[in-house]
Each structure stands twice: as structure tokens, then as C-alpha cells.
Design a binder for this molecule. Structure first.
Ligand code: ZN
Length: 352
């Protein structure tokens, strides 16, 4: 089968032929249909950031994907009941394989596992014709979800998980960072009944995309522009909620500066290094800051499915986040486009 792999340490990837993986006990073998590129993949491709040290070549990348079940390993085959996995089902997959032994795992908080391994980071991933994953990581999709939308469930889950941390109905929401997950947060906040959603980004193409999915204002992260937008939208006392999706130090300070006293800030964007913010304001404004990682296992998956299942409009809004589609053979172009900063979500079609 084809697999897009890091063959040796250093920049780049190679599309190579390797044997198909075989499912072990409690494993599921999946024929990959669509796979998304994310920032983690870009760091692994370039071999920068935290990439060296997290991945040991040779290894296949890819963790945002959908596909169909083609084989069930012993332990999951022949199960009965409404939750039984079956050959032919369209599935998405949670990318963190948890240990099941640490305190958080045993309390049902797998997303806080101390020993999580990442599919496509610490074990072979889904930039391949076939991938094998533990059955517990498999999420069966309803008929309303097609392979393309199914490949969005990892980043969609990040967006839903971030939104789970805050009250949105009737609230004024400020989002910093209009990458694919920030754009999804705009759509989710509007869907949940936020009063106004304002988003900032440096990239004008991304701001335009944010407007097209319903942002009330999409602007450069500039204090004067923000104050003008707030005046126009009659946000007099500051935003009720802040969602940080960029990892940029200045963006967190913007949320601290422009959110109301008592606001909640949920942070998903990963900074590359420690930085200072105005803690005096955080304390005296009684701000609540929540870090968010991955998806709640598995409540976020239920919420993401229920939200999209009942709203054709939300499904098509989410699909609009996909701006580029490539074949596996075009992977160099796919990664170059991802690195350009001019793209929304990039999907590789493994059926081609
Ligand atoms: Zn654990």
C-alpha cells in the first residue's frame, strides 16, 4: 500500500510502498478515504518546532481522517448491539491512544491521560491507504456525514471542545486567530446563539472566510479597529468570552484587554515558548483562563455529531473551511500550500 512517511530524521516526507498493517486484539483496520493536514503535520514535515524528539522514523504521518472499516481484530469481531463495529461503516478516529491505567483514564478522563500516544505522531498514522487503530478510538459516523466532513472531526472536535468551556448563548465573543479551527468556532458560536462574534487575524483571506461563515466583524488585531467594531456593535463593557486559537502572545493580551471583568478565556492555540501577559489585569478583572487540548473523550465526539447531524447549514459551513484538495502523489504541493498561510483546511484524497 501507499504510505506518506518520515523515512529518516530531517525535513521532508516520502511516499513509499509498505505492507498493509494487520489488526491485532481489539484493533480495527480502516481503508482511509480523506485525511486533513494540520499544523502538527507541517512541523513534522519541516522537522521544526517540537517535531524532532516526538517522532521516531520510519513512521507514517496523519491523524485527521475518515475511512471505512475493512477488518475487525479479535476481541471486536462478532460483537452485537447498537454500538457494535461493522465492516463497511464510515468512521472518524480520535487521534490520542490513551493508556487506560493512569488516574485520569480510570476516572473516564482519557483526554487528560499522562501517557497518551498520538496516531501519526508516536505510531503509524493515516496518510496511507490503510491504518490500524484501537477499536475504542473509532467513531462511527451517521449517514449525514460524508468522508470529507468525517475528516474534519478532529479539528471540529478541537473547536467544539473549546466552545464547551464557555457560555455562548447571548454572549459577545472575541476569537483571536482565524485558521480553520477559529473559523469553525465562529460557526459554532453563531449556531449556539452568541449575540456578536468578532474575530481577529493578520491574514485578510482568513478574515474574509470568517465573514462568510457569519462573523459580525473580522479585523486585524489592532486596538483602534477593535474599539471601532465594538462601538458599532454596541459592545460597551467588553466581550463576555474570549477564545484564543492562534498561540500568539499578543493575541492573549488582546483578550485580557478587551474582555469584560469576570470573562472566561479558553485557550487552544499553542504558543511556541513561554511569554508574559498583564497578570495584574487577569487578577483584578477576575478572569478565568482555561487551557484546552484535543477533544473530551468522548463527550466532544457526541456533541460534534449531534450539532452537525441536525443542521445541514452547519455542515455546509464547516465544509466551506476546506479550500484545497490534493491526491497523495501531490503531497509536496499540499504541504507547500499549508505552509503558505493562504489556505483553510487542506484535504488529501486517498481514494485517488
Ligand atoms: Zn492514561
Amino acid at each position: 500500500m501507499r504510505a506518506l512517511r518520515k523515512v529518516t530524521e530531517g525535513p521532508g516526507l516520502e511516499l513509499v510502498e509498505i505492507p498493509e498493517p494487520q489488526p491485532g486484539w481489539d484493533d480495527v483496520k480502516i481503508r482511509v478515504k480523506r485525511a486533513g493536514l494540520c499544523g502538527t503535520d507541517l512541523h513534522l514535515y519541516r522537522w521544526d518546532g517540537g517535531a524532532p524528539g516526538s517522532l521516531t522514523p520510519p513512521q507514517t504521518l496523519g491523524h485527521e481522517f475518515s475511512g471505512t472499516i475493512v477488518e475487525l481484530g479479535e476481541g471486536v469481531a462478532n460483537q452485537e448491539g447498537p454500538n457494535a463495529l461493522k465492516v463497511g461503516q464510515l468512521v472518524s478516529v480520535e487521534g490520542h491512544v490513551v493508556c487506560g491505567r493512569c488516574r485520569n483514564c480510570r476516572a473516564g478522563r482519557g483526554h487528560m491521560c499522562l501517557n497518551a500516544a498520538g496516531i501519526g505522531v508516536n505510531r503509524d498514522g493515516a496518510f496511507a491507504d490503510y491504518v490500524v487503530v484501537p477499536a475504542s478510538n473509532v467513531w462511527v459516523q451517521p449517514d449525514t456525514i460524508d468522508p470529507e466532513l468525517g475528516a474534519l472531526f478532529d479539528p471540529l472536535g478541537n473547536a467544539v471542545h473549546t466552545c464547551q468551556q464557555v457560555e455562548l448563548t447571548g454572549q459577545d465573543v472575541l476569537i483571536t486567530g482565524a485558521g480553520p479551527i477559529g473559523i469553525m468556532c465562529v460557526a459554532l458560536a453563531k449556531h449556539a446563539g452568541a449575540r456578536h462574534v468578532v474575530i481577529t487575524d493578520l491574514n485578510e483571506d482568513r478574515l474574509e472566510m470568517a465573514r462568510s461563515v457569519g462573523a459580525d466583524a473580522a479585523l486585524q488585531p489592532n486596538g483602534d479597529e477593535l474599539r471601532a467594531a465594538m462601538a458599532e456593535l454596541r459592545i460597551r463593557e467588553g466581550f463576555d468570552v474570549g477564545l484564543e486559537m492562534s498561540g500568539a502572545p499578543a493575541a492573549l493580551q488582546t483578550l485580557v484587554d478587551f474582555c469584560n471583568h469576570g470573562a472566561t478565556l479558553a485557550l487552544l492555540g499553542l504558543p511556541t515558548k513561554p511569554f508574559a501577559i498583564d497578570w495584574h489585569k487577569v487578577i483584578t478583572h477576575m478572569l478565568t483562563i482555561k487551557g484546552v487540548y484535543g477533544r473530551e473523550m468522548y463527550d466532544t465526539w457526541y456533541l460534534a455529531t449531534f450539532l452537525t447531524e441536525t443542521s445541514p447549514e452547519l455542515r455546509e459551513t464547516l465544509r466551506s473551511v476546506i479550500t484545497h484538495r490534493f491526491t497523495p502523489e501531490q503531497f509536496e504541493d499540499a504541504f507547500a500550500t499549508a505552509g503558505s498561510g493562504q489556505a483553510g483546511k487542506i484535504i488529501m484524497d486517498w481514494e485517488k
